[in-house]
Design a protein around this ligand. Structure first.
Ligand code: PLP
Length: 427
């Protein structure tokens, strides 16, 4: 058999998939369902009007190849949305529709990065960023997060080298739920201007913000001439409208040139985004009420999770957005990976160890990460020490499941602390 490319061998798996597999195995083995707190997929249904508009589009024959950058009607509505809600100044031509912001991120990296370039990523991050960076033949370099997982602009500045070409900002953050305040965003943006970097702003959770306000870095350059703009703003219907399975996202490109390049990149990457889905998305934009309803539910669940985890000493900050909490299980004496497996086996609760959100590959002079692929299909990369004892809890389940799952988690942590865990089972 010919050898698969080194690059394909070096790309890590997403840690969430590993937990999926283990949770499925547990359920197949019997003994009842697993409470799934490891995956960020809303438990809500998409708005009825969206379902209706999508199926109507199919019945009306809107089933042919759409333009690679999206149908004009949706792009026009998105240009209006990013102006009204995000404070961006983007012409319709700068809006590029994508089959989810996952693909949009890769398309943007293809434009922002030459092979061998460096991109600054937060040190605890959504794992796809590193997968995508490696697909783009670039190198991830990590900037530090301080208290509450807030980026430290001084640390980001120290991480810039002559090869740095872009900085990725993710607010609200997956996996931490941190919402970055405007002053920090402005400091990161100022650094990008000073060092002539692209800014890739992943705003997938823009609508799920509880106590703070969501600020779009692209709004800082609203009044600048196009030649000076640098922010790619990325959005998705997945989280705001519980439309994860639709696969619909979009990019507001900083310039017309950037959107022209995106048009070119989209052609070979995806062709285009499914036509009926785009009509469904257009309908979603007509009504903000479902967003507010879901946000209220997430806020309630965040408060519920904090009320259980904080007294147990398992969390030292309050997530202000998205639907995730990073809990710290250091007091149990276990690593996050050990704790997650134990929690699944003994208590039938799945959480995602944060080690997978903090892989920090080292690089050889040939530009590829150091490490050989294991039989599992990826190398074992070192992880950032901060993540070693943290687990990500996603509160995209009912309040009852969340309460039950976290009660079991807290119980296990307490038993481990007091050394009474042996032989424990959950009824
Ligand atoms: N960005 C972040 C931070 C995410 O957590 C996700 C999904 O979990 C995405 C982007 C991608 O969303 P989608 O591809 O569904 O638009």
């Amino acid at each position: 058999m010919p050898t698969p490319s080194r690059r394909s061998q070096q790309i890590p798996f997403s840690p969430i998939r590993a937990m999926f597999r283990l949770a499925d195995e547990m359920e197949r083995a019997g003994n009842g369902p697993v409470i799934r707190l490891h995956v960020g997929d809303p438990d809500f249904a998409p708005p009825d009007a969206v379902l209706e508009a999508t199926s109507r589009a199919m019945r009306e024959g809107k089933t042919h190849y759409p333009p690679s950058v999206g149908i004009q009607e949706l792009r026009a509505a998105l240009a209006e949305k990013v102006k009204r809600r995000n404070g961006l100044a983007a012409a319709v031509e700068q809006l590029v529709v994508a089959p989810g912001s996952t693909e949009a991120l890769l398309a943007v990296m293809e434009i922002a990065l030459h092979p061998g370039d460096e991109i600054l990523l937060p040190e605890i991050y959504w794992p796809n960023y590193v997968q995508q960076t490696l697909i783009a033949s670039a190198k991830p370099v990590f900037y530090p997060l301080g208290a509450g997982y807030q980026p430290e602009p001084g640390g980001a500045r120290s991480a810039v080298t002559p090869k740095t070409r872009a900085i990725l900002i993710n607010s609200p953050s997956n996996p931490t739920g941190a919402v970055i305040p405007e002053a920090t965003l402005r400091a990161l943006y100022a650094l990008a201007r000073e060092r002539d970097l692209w800014v890739i702003s992943d705003e997938a959770y823009e609508d799920i913000v509880f106590d703070a306000a969501h600020v779009s870095p692209g709004s800082f350059e609203r009044d600048l001439p196009e030649s000076e703009r640098r922010v790619f703003s990325l959005y998705t219907f997945s989280k705001s409208y519980a439309m994860t399975g639709f696969r619909l996202g979009y990019i507001a490109a900083p310039t017309l040139l950037a959107s022209t390049l995106l048009r070119k990149i989209q052609e070979p990457l995806v062709g285009s985004t499914a036509m009926p889905i785009q009509w469904g998305g257009l309908e979603a934009l007509r009504d903000d009420a479902p967003i507010a309803r879901m946000r209220d539910a997430y806020r309630r669940r965040r408060d519920l999770a904090m009320s259980l985890l904080k007294p147990a000493g398992l969390v030292d900050y309050t997530p202000e957005g998205a639907f995730y909490i990073l809990a710290d299980v250091a007091s149990t004496g276990m690593t996050a990976d050990e704790f997650a497996v134990r929690l699944l086996r003994e208590c039938r609760v799945a959480v995602a160890p944060a080690s997978g959100f903090a892989l920090a590959p080292e690089f050889a002079p040939d530009g590829l990460p150091v490490g050989a692929m294991t039989p599992g299909g990826a190398p074992e990369y070192p992880t950032h020490p901060k993540a070693r004892t943290r687990v990500r809890i996603a509160f995209c389940v009912s309040d009852e499941e969340l309460r039950e799952g976290l009660t079991r988690l807290v119980g296990l942590a307490e038993r481990l602390r007091t050394g009474r865990s042996a032989g424990t089972t959950v009824g």
